[in-house]
Design a protein around this ligand. Structure first.
Ligand code: 28F
Length: 630
């Protein structure tokens, strides 16, 4: 009979299909290692997510069972169980045994997304030594078991349920003959589930690990907006997340952007909810648009004139999610996680450009903050180039020699030595006399040169002083930085305790932050803490703050005139300088942390930048301290 024959032919094709999956599993799930194993869960989860996103399921449960299997369960409609007209078996059996039963992102059907299931679930079935399917539908509970993709039982009604209850449950045992490991990792699943929950706003996924006795719910009403917030959770942010979503004939694009105060670029691309770790045309379209929109806006508003912001400038500190959904994704690259479709670059660019421009027009304060951050980066970039040139030139001339002004210490092991950067030639002289010659090196800095009004880091860097510092420290800067060449374990900034001193310290910290941040992170940078006052009553007392001064004067009942303020380091004798500021046994040092340097950098940007009000306030605050000097 014709029908019999058709059925037989079709089922052979089905088996051939699943046999191909078992022969070349990596072709279908990427690998047979840990990644591939977890991919099985994602494939089953995807089906449940589709059912949820189509509005039929409210919640998905995933269990890592005690016996090592995994269960994925949804409360959707349940896979249909009626006999398939072509294959003559229940529709659910077709879904579990036929390769590529329906293309989730088929071009034509895409717009009605959510209507198609079963893309990868048959692969999971083929690669499982046992798979159990339970369906609640139409008031009945159905059950079927498979092994290596082959039905071991018929679909059977095993019980009744309420008509309101429905859903699909799949439990599978990965085939140990295929996978190098069959142990599921909570952390890996957690990471992916969180990602899926972010990418599908409102979706609820519950993860239970019965082996580790752990559970977690992933549910983000705000979707991508919460995704960028979560990525920036330990950072200071510049503004509320920017979000937009557009659907055209060709693509669905969802984008969230939020800048933070750091210098990292964090752009995550997704294609049909697959994390494209290697980027691709969607991400490059986004980058192109971001650079263009920021430059156009800054020029239009007169913030930029002839100069331009580079892509790197505008991406410093950006956290963004670029999620696209397209019909026929082509994945390329080492790990097949790079989108290759060339047309997507243009689609993304042509959607992001007007959407982002419009956002900036409507939110000028956010635009201003972002552009100001990009400008900081542009300045640093110019400064870094200058520093590189200078170091190169310097090396060409001096053949790696040390600066003439450096009074080096005699010990050579960096672990034992310190470099004092001292403001002013005269203080430098005292420090040179006071120091422990074996372990302490002195590099005097001409305060005035560093302190040029309005000197940007690049200007300051042209100063001989800065190149001397770079050469003395030995590590080089920027990309050439090499911590193993560090010549001193501690680099100690010693400036006067006045406004000029603070300014020089700010400049030096900015320099370290921009060009040798590793030294700050490594804990090599310090600020010396010279005393502010000497109180004389029989013997000398050194006092480090106004508050301490008041207390000391009270305690010793010092008469008027017994109170001397140090105008600068140079006023101290070399013995006093040693006792109060340089003797490792009695001195105070402030370790510089990256936050201090960030603050210095901001103060500096503010002094150089256009924020007139902030600048005025800063100068007023510091003028108050300067008054005490008189
Ligand atoms: C544990 C994983 O796989 N959930 C699924 C559905 C619902 C339908 C469906 C799935 C029919 C035969 C193509 C129900 N009612 N969770 C899941 N829930 N598949 S998979 O249909 C698939 C088509 O093959 C469903 C009406 N329409 C669709």
């Amino acid at each position: 009979m014709a029908t019999q024959k058709d059925y037989g032919a079709e089922s052979i094709k089905v088996l051939e299909g699943l046999e191909a999956v078992r022969k070349r599993p990596a072709m279908y799930i990427g690998s047979t290692s840990k990644d591939g194993l977890h991919h099985l869960v994602y494939e089953v989860l995807d089906n449940a997510v589709d059912e949820a996103m189509a509005g039929y399921a409210k919640e998905i449960k995933v269990l890592i069972n005690k016996d090592g299997s995994v269960t994925v369960e949804d409360d959707g409609r349940g896979i249909p169980v009626d006999i398939h007209p072509k294959f003559k078996v229940p529709a659910c059996e077709v879904a579990l045994t036929k390769l590529h039963a329906g293309g989730k992102f088929d071009k034509k059907s895409y717009a009605i997304s959510g209507g198609l299931h079963g893309v990868g679930i048959s692969c999971v079935n083929a690669l499982s030594i046992k798979l159990i399917l339970d369906i609640k539908r139409g008031g009945k509970i159905y059950h079927q078991e498979y092994s290596k993709g082959i039905p071991k039982t018929k679909l059977t009604v095993v019980g009744k349920c309420s008509n309101k209850e429905s859903g699909t449950k799949v439990t599978f045992f990965p085939d140990e003959g295929i996978f190098s490991t069959t142990n599921f990792d909570y952390k890996i699943l957690e990471t992916r589930f969180r990602e899926v929950a972010f990418l599908n706003a409102g979706l609820k996924i519950n993860l239970f690990d019965e082996l580790k006795n752990k559970k977690e719910e992933f549910y983000y009403e705000g979707g991508l907006i919460e995704f960028v917030k979560w990525m920036n959770r330990s950072k200071e942010v510049l503004h509320k997340p920017i979000f937009f979503s557009r659907t055209t004939q060709e693509v669905i694009i969802d984008i969230a952007i939020q800048y933070n105060l750091s210098y990292q670029e964090n752009i995550f691309g997704f294609v049909n909810t697959i994390n494209t770790v290697e980027g691709g045309t969607h991400v490059s379209g986004f980058k192109t648009a971001l650079t263009r929109v920021l430059n156009d806006y800054a020029k239009k508003k007169g913030i930029l004139k002839n100069e331009s912001l580079t892509g790197d400038d505008v991406r410093e500190g950006v956290t963004a999610i670029v999620s696209v959904k397209i019909g026929d994704p082509q994945f390329e690259g080492q790990t097949k996680t790079k989108l290759g479709n060339s047309e997507v670059k243009g689609y993304v660019d042509s959607i992001v450009t007007p959407a982002l421009s419009e956002f900036f027009e409507e939110n000028p304060s956010v635009a201003k903050k972002i552009i100001s951050k990009a400008l900081d980066s542009a300045r640093a970039r110019l400064a870094a180039r200058k520093a590189k040139e200078l170091v190169r030139r310097k090396n060409a001339f001096s053949l790696g020699g040390l600066p003439g002004k450096l009074s080096d210490c005699s010990r050579k092991k960096a672990e034992e030595t310190e470099l004092y950067l001292v403001e002013g030639e005269s203080a430098g002289g005292s420090a040179k006399q006071a120091r422990n010659k074996e372990t302490q090196a002195i590099l005097p800095l001409k305060g005035k040169i560093l302190n040029v009004e309005k000197s940007s880091p690049s200007r300051a860097l042209s100063s001989e002083e800065i190149t001397n510092i770079i050469t003395a420290i030995g590590t080089g800067v920027g990309e050439q930085f090499d911590i193993s060449k560090l010549r001193y374990n501690k680099v100690i900034i010693m400036t006067d305790a006045d406004v000029d001193g603070e300014h020089i310290k700010t400049l030096l910290l900015t320099f370290f932050f921009r060009f040798m941040p590793q030294l700050i992170e490594n804990g090599n940078i310090y600020a010396a803490m010279p005393p502010l006052f000497r109180v004389r009553k029989k013997k000398d007392y050194f006092v480090y703050s106004d508050d301490e001064l008041r207390k000391t004067v009270e305690r010793l009942s010092v008469k008027e005139g017994g109170v001397t303020r140090f105008k600068g380091l140079g006023e101290m004798s070399s013995t006093q300088l040693w006792d109060t500021t340089m003797n490792p046994k009695s001195r105070k040092l402030k370790k510089i942390f990256i936050e201090d340097a960030v603050e210095a950098d901001q103060v500096f940007a503010m002094l150089m930048g256009g924020d007139v009000q902030a600048r005025k306030e800063f100068i007023q605050e510091n003028a108050h301290e300067a008054e005490l000097d008189v």
